[in-house]
Design a protein around this ligand. Structure first.
Ligand SMILES: Cc1cc2nc3c(=O)[nH]c(=O)nc-3n(C[C@H](O)[C@H](O)[C@H](O)COP(=O)(O)OP(=O)(O)OC[C@H]3O[C@@H](n4cnc5c(N)ncnc54)[C@H](O)[C@@H]3O)c2cc1C
Ligand code: SF4
Length: 328
């Protein structure tokens, strides 16, 4: 399908160029969007190229946090010395995704807003409520190895594919958005939606909303973090299950804990129930298991992905064990 192409010199012009259209898309690295154009999954009237916007810096903030521009390439983010030193969970998550060539092109904003890899979503010959609302969900009763065990609905059981988003959920990142109504900040954990009865809406953003940057709050001294991902191949594969964990232990007691899960839900899944069990407790195998079991009490695996429940349990316990090692 033909479309209009416009290149925006600054964020305000990008939003202005996108305003008033429903069939509009921002083009950043293009590693997801261009595939979707070729497959016929999307047919925008207007493509607004944001790849050269001056949003490609990682800046240290006065409070000790970091501001990551929306067009910072994934490679540059993972290699940034402050990210490597203070936010290893994020560096590892980014490096666990895609390939070196793709990470050289892929941007922060595009990574967060990449769409599900559900095989039916990507196959225009099959019904899919996300691609075409009201047509049905081919995954329910179909191939579900990669699908959700938490927070799904009768309309969609897809998972969110981004590794970066899972790490940012555990870091309590704040997403800056510029839209028709001006600027606003959306907590990363509220950016993506659960499917409910509107699975075609991945996020809370409107078509002309542009992500401009993501702020990472500082972590208190003594905080440790890591990212672990289980996948079908050692590289170049999306997560079956992943965990981003942030932990601060003082004299054997959990003072701060943030856990986010990937590959299990329509959005990066913040494991609040597990965090509530852990906070204030002495670290140890028993409480780690009790915590993740509290989270997984709400799991509803499908015919093809029951293995994700024990996999998630073991992954989270091993991540907490590693982070608390030597903290007694
Ligand atoms: C073979 C392969 C393997 C991969 N493996 C992984 C993996 O293991 N883990 C993983 O996390 N990812 C993986 N990816 C996905 C990859 O990380 C994404 O394609 C990439 O991050 C998207 O970034 P982009 O800048 O190219 O986005 P684009 O393709 O340009 O855009 C993606 C979407 O975001 C929107 N968008 C982009 N920037 C903004 C913005 N600033 N504001 C508002 N909307 C915006 C676009 O309109 C579009 O809808 C893989 C991709 C491929 C092709
Ligand atoms: S799980 Fe969601 S994306 Fe996949 S076929 Fe069903 S509705 Fe479409």
């Amino acid at each position: 399908m033909p479309f209009d192409y416009r290149r925006a010199p600054d964020p305000e012009s990008a939003v202005a160029a996108a305003t008033g259209w429903s069939g509009v898309a921002f083009l950043a690295g293009g590693t997801n969007l261009v595939d979707h154009l070729k497959l016929g999954l999307v047919a925008p009237d207007v493509l607004v190229d944001i790849s050269r916007l001056p949003l490609d810096a990682v800046d240290e903030l006065p409070d000790g946090g970091l501001r990551v521009g929306a067009t910072v390439r994934n490679t540059d983010l993972a290699a940034h010395p402050v990210v490597r030193r203070d936010y290893p969970v994020l560096a590892r998550a980014v490096l666990s995704g895609a390939s070196g060539q793709i990470r050289n092109l892929a941007t922060t904003g595009g990574n967060l807003l990449q769409r599900t890899r559900c095989v039916y979503f990507q196959d225009i010959t099959t019904p899919c409520n996300k691609r075409e609302p009201g047509t049905g969900c081919s995954a329910i009763g179909g191939y579900t190895r990669h699908h959700a065990i938490l927070g799904a609905s009768a309309h969609c059981v897809a998972t969110h594919p981004s590794d970066m988003a899972v790490a940012m959920a555990a870091l309590d990142a704040q997403v800056a958005v510029l839209g028709e109504g001006g600027r606003r900040v959306v907590p990363l954990v509220e950016l993506h939606r659960l499917p409910g009865d509107e699975p075609h809406r991945d996020t809370v953003l409107s078509p002309a909303d542009l992500i401009t940057w993501v702020d990472l709050p500082p972590l208190p001294p003594g905080t440790r973090s890591l990212y672990r991902k289980v996948r079908d191949r050692a590289s170049f594969a999306f997560a079956l299950v992943s965990v981003a964990a942030v932990l601060r232990v003082e004299r054997g007691v959990v003072r701060d804990v943030r856990i986010a899960l990937g590959g299990v839900a329509h959005k990066p899944w913040r494991a609040r129930r597990a965090e509530d069990v852990l906070r204030g407790e002495r670290t140890g195998e028993e409480v780690f298991r009790r915590a993740i079991d509290a989270e997984l009490a709400g799991a509803a695996p499908l015919a093809g992905n029951g293995f994700k429940v024990p996999l998630t349990r073991n992954l989270v316990v091993s991540a907490l064990r590693e982070l608390s090692r030597g903290e007694r």
